[in-house]
Design a protein around this ligand. Structure first.
Ligand SMILES: Cc1ncc(COP(=O)(O)O)c(C=O)c1O
Length: 431
């Protein structure tokens, strides 16, 4: 029989006493049966890459498949949730998730596609002002996207794309340094595009301060919310961000490659001068089936849509957004801070004993989301994460050569998971 240490007991007690009970039982947690301390389930810390599958999803997908089987094409109007207007169901909950007005959001396509569609409208370079500012540790897809946009407009990406680096000897880029850079060089910047939560470090930027600085400098400010949506509360409308886009397969648990969201600030919605690409879902819904040769514009984010929505891909997003609506981002954020701080405290033992182990994520909970990125100097983290998973059932993510990312996701992770992760990490470092 396995004896429970006082540290493990403390974790179990914290779970029992927490004001926001975990919704773990509503998710499929990958099984893990070998080794100690694994009550049949993995401790899953990879929800910042791919969130877990909600158990209710099979039923939700089944309902759409049944309607399709029963109704064929008539499902567009007669399905329980008619497909013609299905995307409307996502508008309210998606808006609440990112702090937007309903008409400012739409769910469509995938993230990089949406970044491009939005840059068609919001990257309008001139010879004097054509720079795009990103963080040096931007997710590669964003880097490729902005470089290809600059090249598309005839600029040299090496010159047009500015990559902001952290200060020498520091791992994260300070918001103050972004703001100072924008103040000093703003008149050449056409677009600022940052990850609100950086995928690598887990840093949460000050969205208000950077948006304001960008606007003062005359730049457009867009946000990649891939690691922020469903992770931290957002106030896009109030902050006045010009636009944003996010995927829904990480914290939003809508499945691999699932559909992405778009926000366009209200002040741009009726601007008919914005260049846009169009398709039949860009036109006004009431006259769509008149099959007119030209678009009748709508003054909502829907006008960035192109195609009729893929219902089987949208059903998981709707199911997920309903869960976020039920629990609410404020409560999730509070729990996320408790879990992440607890994980940090548990890991402390590891980095005291091994001088090469440091957390590169900001230590101030207000400056990070549900993620700790642990740097393990002089060790290849690849084999370590394989051992964490196979020997201890702890799913993490290796960013080679030396960073392991752990995301304690408040929807389904527990304090006990955090204890398991720290305990397992200490053991693999030892062995
Ligand atoms: C910050 C960020 N941007 C962009 C992407 C690319 O997303 P997609 O493959 O959905 O276009 C990812 C994917 O993980 C990401 O984390």
């Amino acid at each position: 029989m396995t004896t429970i240490t006082s540290a493990e007991r403390q974790a179990l007690d914290l779970d029992a006493a927490d004001p926001l009970p975990t919704r773990r039982a509503e998710f499929h947690v990958p099984p893990h049966n070998s080794g100690q301390h694994s009550p049949g389930e993995a401790a899953y810390f990879a929800g910042n890459s791919l969130g877990l599958q909600p158990k209710a999803l099979r039923g939700r997908l089944g309902a759409e498949l049944d309607d399709w089987a029963r109704l064929g094409v008539e499902g567009h109007l007669e399905a329980e949730r008619p497909w013609f207007s299905y995307h409307e169901l996502l508008r309210g909950p998606a808006a609440r998730l990112v702090g937007a007005r309903p008409e400012e959001v739409v769910v469509m396509n995938s993230l990089t596609v949406n970044l491009h569609l939005l840059m068609v409208s919001f990257y309008r370079p001139t010879p004097r002002r054509h720079a795009i500012l990103i963080e040096d540790s931007a997710f590669p897809s964003d880097s490729y996207a902005v470089r290809s946009q600059a090249a598309f407009h005839g600029y040299d990406p090496d010159e047009a794309v500015i990559r902001l680096k952290p200060r020498r000897g520091e791992a994260v880029l300070r918001t103050d340094d972004v703001v100072d850079f924008v103040r000093a060089h703003g008149d050449s910047i056409a677009l600022i595009l940052l990850g609100a939560v950086n995928y690598y470090t887990g840093e949460l930027f000050d969205i208000d301060a950077i948006t304001a600085a960008g606007h003062d400098a005359g730049a457009v400010v867009g946000w990649d919310l891939a690691h922020a949506a469903g992770n931290v509360p957002l106030r896009l409308h109030e902050v006045g961000a010009d636009w944003a886009a996010w995927c829904s397969y990480k914290y939003l648990n809508a499945g691999p490659g699932s559909l992405a969201g778009v926000f366009v600030h209200e002040r741009h919605l009726a601007d008919r001068t914005l260049p846009k690409l169009a398709g039949w879902w860009s036109t006004e819904a009431g006259t769509r089936f008149e099959m007119a040769p030209t678009v009748t514009p709508v003054d909502t984010a829907d006008s960035w849509q192109l195609s009729n929505p893929p219902i089987l891909a949208m059903a998981p997003v709707l199911a997920s957004l309903e869960m976020f609506d039920e629990t609410g981002m404020a409560k999730l954020r509070a729990k996320s801070m408790r879990l992440t701080s607890y994980l940090e405290q548990q890991l402390q033992e590891a980095w005291q004993k091994w001088p090469g182990v440091t957390v590169i994520t900001p230590r101030d909970p207000r400056l990070r989301g549900a993620q700790l990125s642990v740097r393990i100097a002089d060790r290849d983290v690849g084999p370590l994460t394989v051992r964490l998973r196979h020997e201890f059932g702890v799913f993490t993510d290796a960013r080679r050569p030396d960073v392991i990312r752990l995301a304690p996701v408040p929807m389904y992770n527990t304090f006990h998971d955090c204890w398991r992760a720290a305990n397992a990490l200490a053991r693999v470092l030892d062995g």
